[in-house]
Design a binder for this molecule. Structure first.
Ligand code: NAP
Length: 411
């Protein structure tokens, strides 16, 4: 190994992708069992490695020199081999500060509560203090040190201004979980989650729905990786490099979810966009039909609209944890808050707006078989689509024009 990442399970890591864009040096993912860790570090057969769950503390006794960032955080996520000596650093500290700035969460004089007390939590605590937090406490399953309180004692945290999740709760594959109900924190003004898969956890979505500044951990991931690269190769990167890499990764991971009226072009534009960009295209109506073993009009006539909507939510739930998709939703899909929430974990919602006179009633669309039905549906639904959508793109011209606009703004 020249450069790489060690941890117990690395199947969903983005690190190789990020380091692959920063440098042509090989970057390898190496899963290690706990018993293999001491031998791997004794051999020192690498130039630089990143360390992830569950080894950020376990590696520390094996290192020759601990940088101040590692001592301050009580955990190491980057090891550099210089002439056979192993130097340990913590770049999660820097990554978290970059995330806080990116999300416009100001830690000055804030009462901060961190969920968890592991490797990331330690770096977050050190970063919060360095950004001027008035107090930092950890909410944990089992208190083991000063400043740690049981997470069940939620009343003790009600004066919290900023909440940070540094546990894996809410992370893929259990991507809908959350540890706390934000209604317990009346003063909350910022929520940051170290988790980046899904891009936005339930905790982040809960906060945004309450108008609280909130973001997931992707910026932190990119920031810590770039800091690690600086240490590996003695290179220097600027804030705009971090911003550029973040934007690239975010655009490649987030799903482009097309919503809008029946016959507005979601499936046609979506499949063309997927073809142009090499993404996977999914159509939620097709998934519903496949899972039901019958066509949509047959579901409506045999089971009714309510049963169709349940099937639609199940179909959306099955694709929502995936990333990098182009999704065409059924005409009524985003009228359900539940469906929008599911789609927002990894996606942005784009309303494809086609002028009503260009929409076409068809016999196979149960709610828009005639022009009158279609027009009534249009006036009822447009305000709801506009409310659900992150942005609106018109689709009145050739398909390629709409695809180019989507590539420019969203992909
Ligand atoms: P870690 O060292 O294993 O610590 C995990 C912490 O979460 C521990 O305090 C653990 O408590 C707690 N925890 C685990 N499951 C819990 C549950 N069901 N209920 C309550 N607490 C629970 O892991 P880590 O390195 O700190 O990573 C934590 C999370 O941050 C992971 O999701 C990781 O992917 C993410 N992370 C992201 C970045 C980034 O760049 N965005 C960087 C680092 C970490 P116990 O001690 O009681 O087990």
């Amino acid at each position: 190994m020249i450069y790489g990442l060690i941890g117990k399970r690395l199947g969903h890591s983005f690190s190789r992708e990020i380091h692959g864009r920063l440098s042509s040096d090989p970057y390898e993912l190496r899963e290690l069992a706990p018993s293999e860790l001491p031998g791997f570090l004794r051999e020192r057969d690498f130039r630089g490695i990143n360390v992830t769950i569950p080894y950020k503390q376990a590696v520390m006794p094996h290192l020759d020199v601990l940088d101040e960032s590692a001592v301050r955080s009580g955990a190491v996520n980057t090891i550099v081999n210089r002439d056979g000596k192993l130097y340990g650093y913590n770049t999660d500290f820097d990554g978290f500060i970059m995330l806080a700035r990116h999300a416009s969460v100001d830690f000055r004089d804030a009462g901060v509560v961190i969920l968890g007390a592991g490797g990331a939590a330690k770096a977050v605590a050190a970063a919060a203090r360095s950004m001027g937090a008035a107090s930092v406490r950890n909410a944990v399953r089992t208190p083991r040190a000063e400043g740690q309180l049981p997470i069940t004692d939620i009343a003790a945290f009600k004066d919290c201004d900023i909440l940070v999740n540094a546990t894996p709760v809410g992370m893929y594959p259990d991507w809908q979980g959350r540890l706390v109900d934000l209604d317990s924190f009346p003063r909350l003004r910022g929520v940051l989650d170290c988790i980046y898969n899904p891009l936005w956890t339930s905790l982040v979505l809960d906060a945004r729905e309450r108008g609280i500044a909130a973001d997931g951990g992707l910026y932190m991931l990119v920031g810590q990786a770039i800091k690690a690269r600086e240490l590996f190769a003695g290179e220097t990167y600027s804030g705009s490099d971090v911003e550029m890499e973040f934007r690239h990764l975010m655009r490649s991971k987030r799903n482009i979810v097309l919503c809008g009226m029946p016959s507005c072009g979601k499936s046609t534009v979506g499949s063309e966009l997927a073809r142009y960009t090499g993404r996977r295209f999914v159509d939620t109506d097709e998934i519903v039909a496949l899972q039901a073993g019958m066509e949509i009009p047959d579901i409506f006539s045999r089971e009714g609209e309510a049963a169709f909507r349940l099937r639609e939510t199940a179909a959306i739930e099955s694709i929502a944890p995936e990333q990098g998709l182009v999704v065409a939703t059924g005409g009524g899909a985003v009228l359900s808050e539940t469906n929008c929430r599911l789609l927002r974990h990894n996606g942005i919602l784009i309303l494809l707006n086609r002028d009503p006179e260009l929409l076409v009633p068809t016999a196979d669309r149960p709610l828009s078989r005639s022009r009158e039905e279609l027009m009534a549906l249009y006036s009822r639904r447009m305000p709801l689509y506009a409310k659900a959508a992150d942005f609106i793109i018109s689709n009145n011209g050739p398909v390629e024009h709409t695809v180019y606009k989507l590539i420019e703004y969203a992909v």
